[in-house]
Structure formats: C-alpha cells, structure tokens
Design a protein around this ligand. Structure first.
Ligand code: AR6
Length: 327
C-alpha cells in the first residue's frame, strides 16, 4: 500500500529509512529522537556530530547502525506557536525534504513519526493532515511505500470532533440493522415471491445473452472498462486507489484475478462510483456491502457524502481499528 497508517514503535519498522523528529542540534533529545538514538547505539550520535545541525523544515540523512533499517533521516519540525508563524509550511517541508532524500538514496519504503506532534506541540489532528496531504502529493509522482507510524492512542481519539459524524452514522446503521431483524421476525410466515436479483444500479437485461454477458464480465474487466469510461489513465486510477503498480499490473494481466475486499473497494473509491455501482464492482470479486460490518458502514458513509479522498477514508478506518483501503 503506498500510504499506510500503522500503530507501532518506529524503531521496530523494517523499512529502508525511518525519519527522526529531531531538533536543530541533531545531537539527540527526548521522544522519538531519544528512542531512535537508544536503539541505534552511540555510533549514530557520532555521525550526527559531523553534520553541523539542521534548519527547521530541512532534513539530513545518516546510517542506521543497530536499527533494522538502512538509513535514518533527521528532520526538524516547527515548534507550534498558534499557527500564524508559517508552521504548516515548515512541517510540510519536513515531509517533502525527507522524502526527497529517501528517493535520492534509492529507498523504496520509509516510515515517519508524526513530526512536531509531541514536545513541539503541533495539534495532532492538524499535524496528521499535513503529513497525509504532503505524502499523498509526493506519491502522485513517485512509487514508494510510506508508513505513518502512530505511537500513542491519543493520536486517534474516536471522540474527536472530526470522527463524530461517522460515529453517529455507524450508530444509526446498527439501529437499522436491529430494526431490519425485527422486521424479518415479524414477516416470518409470509414467504416473498421469488425474484431474480440483478446487481444494484444495473438495469434488468432484455434477453438471456445480455444477462450472460453481464455475468461473464470479471472484476478485472469491469475495472478496466470503468477506468476507460471515466477517461482516467491506469496510473491515475491505481494511485488514487492507494494501490501499488505491481498489484495493478497483476490485476490487469489476470482476467480472473480475485482481489481482497479492501482492494476492490479502493478501486470503487478511485473511480468515484456511487453506491449501486460500488456494490456491482464488489460483487464481481465475490463481496457485498453489509451493515453488520463497521468497515463497510464507514466506507458507505464516505460514498454517501461524495467524499472519495482515500486518505481521509483511511484515517477514519484507522481510528475505528478497521483494515485500510488499498493493497
Ligand atoms: N515511535 C513512533 N512514534 C513515537 C515514538 C516511537 N518510538 N516515540 C514518540 N513518538 P516528539 P516533536 C511520537 O516529541 O514534537 C525531541 O526531544 C510522539 O507520540 O518525539 O517533533 C527532539 O530532540 C509524537 O506523536 O517530536 C526535539 O527537541 C511524535 O512521535 C523535540 O523532541 C513526535 O513527538 C521534537 O519534538
């Protein structure tokens, strides 16, 4: 998955490079900086001594010594002073400069902590938005796997205002589910007439050949057809779906490829399909949207809102401990 949010200790990440939220001296400190220096050993501090410090918003790269990665990229985030002193621009520059260094060093995977969101006091939700936006923009032009490593639960409080609307949506739909069950219990003994089900959003076929043609279209074929219909390029679609190029090529070349549900849904989001067509695409991969799954309800919430920003959806899925969209 090109951009992944994970809960972990960054010193444990097996990636090509991890990013350190350092201070301008680059000579160590508390928080993630302290943890990285402790895990890397004294040789890291030795190398840092020779770097001559680092300006806020810039980044420098070193070896990783006893850490399980190859490089440590040290960046200096802004101290939060209320947001009017260019903090956002500087924080965004930290992510961009670090990613540029990682790319120049040939890294394929990089892990970031939430820079400035600890001792430097940047409000966590805003720090997360800057991180996701800047990394997302970089990934539009580069192939890389980037992890945003969230250490403490407080970084994703479901009680936060931005997740409250989703929480009520989930609550409402659980209520619906209970009502549905009650309705089913009431209707026992009244058999429904037999009907043939067509994928939602599609018209009933006029003849048998049309019906068979609809059944015959595989997930991969429907996906490629929709990409053409939307006038997108393949790369635009898989990037918007948070899917890497390798997986997309596999799907493209294997007519009968069976994706996981998060992958199938990620494509529905990238294609900005309305709910009916989303269900249809999922069905091609053997899945349905169900109101007994929080994952499904959260994605449904965003589709109904017309919000197809996969990173925002993933932030919400992460907050509710669900799988993320992508591969
Ligand atoms: N893995 C991942 N994330 C972590 C870890 C860890 N092991 N430890 C802390 N975090 P901070 P800043 C999270 O304070 O705000 C240092 O003293 C933490 O929960 O480490 O940029 C430097 O030397 C928070 O969300 O960095 C500077 O003086 C995030 O990492 C100053 O702190 C960043 O918190 C930099 O402050």
């Amino acid at each position: 998955m090109p951009l992944n949010i994970v809960r972990n200790d960054i010193t444990k990440m097996k990636v090509d490079a991890i990013v350190n939220a350092a201070n301008p001296s680059l000579l160590g400190g508390g928080g993630v900086d302290g943890a990285i220096h402790r895990a890397a050993g004294p040789e890291l501090l030795e190398e840092c001594r020779g770097l001559g410090g680092c300006e806020t918003g810039s980044a420098k790269i070193t070896g990783a010594y006893r850490l399980p990665c190859k490089y440590v990229i040290h960046t200096v985030g802004p101290i939060w002073h209320g947001g009017l002193l260019g903090e956002r621009k500087l924080l965004s520059s930290c992510y961009r400069e670090s990613l540029n260094l990682a790319r120049d060093a040939g890294c394929e995977s990089v892990a970031f902590p939430l820079i400035s969101a600890g001792a430097y006091g940047y409000p966590r939700d805003r720090a997360l938005d800057v991180a996701v936006e800047t990394i997302g923009a970089f990934l539009r032009d580069h192939e890389m796997t980037v992890y945003l490593v969230v250490f403490d639960r407080a970084s994703f409080q479901i009680g936060e205002r931005r997740f409250q609307a989703i929480e009520s949506y989930i609550d409402d739909h659980y209520v619906d589910l209970r009502l549905d069950k009650a309705r089913r219990v009431q209707s026992v003994g009244f058999p429904q007439p037999q009907t043939m089900a067509y994928p939602l959003g599609s018209a009933a076929p006029g003849n048998l050949r049309e019906a068979l043609a609809m059944i015959d279209e595989s997930f991969s074929e429907m996906l490629l057809r929709k990409i053409d219909e939307k006038g997108m390029t393949d790369a635009q679609c898989y990037k918007k779906a948070n899917i890497d190029r390798k997986l997309f090529s596999k799907i493209r070349s294997d007519r009968l490829y069976k994706p996981s549900k998060p992958t199938a849904l990620a494509f529905a989001i990238a294609l900005e399909l309305p709910l009916g067509e989303t269900r249809e695409l999922l069905e091609k991969a053997g899945f349905a949207l169900s109101h007994s799954s929080k994952f499904d309800i959260i994605v449904e919430y965003f589709i109904r809102q017309g919000n197809y920003n996969i990173y925002e959806i993933n932030e919400a899925l992460f907050a509710f401990d669900q799988s993320l969209l992508g591969n």
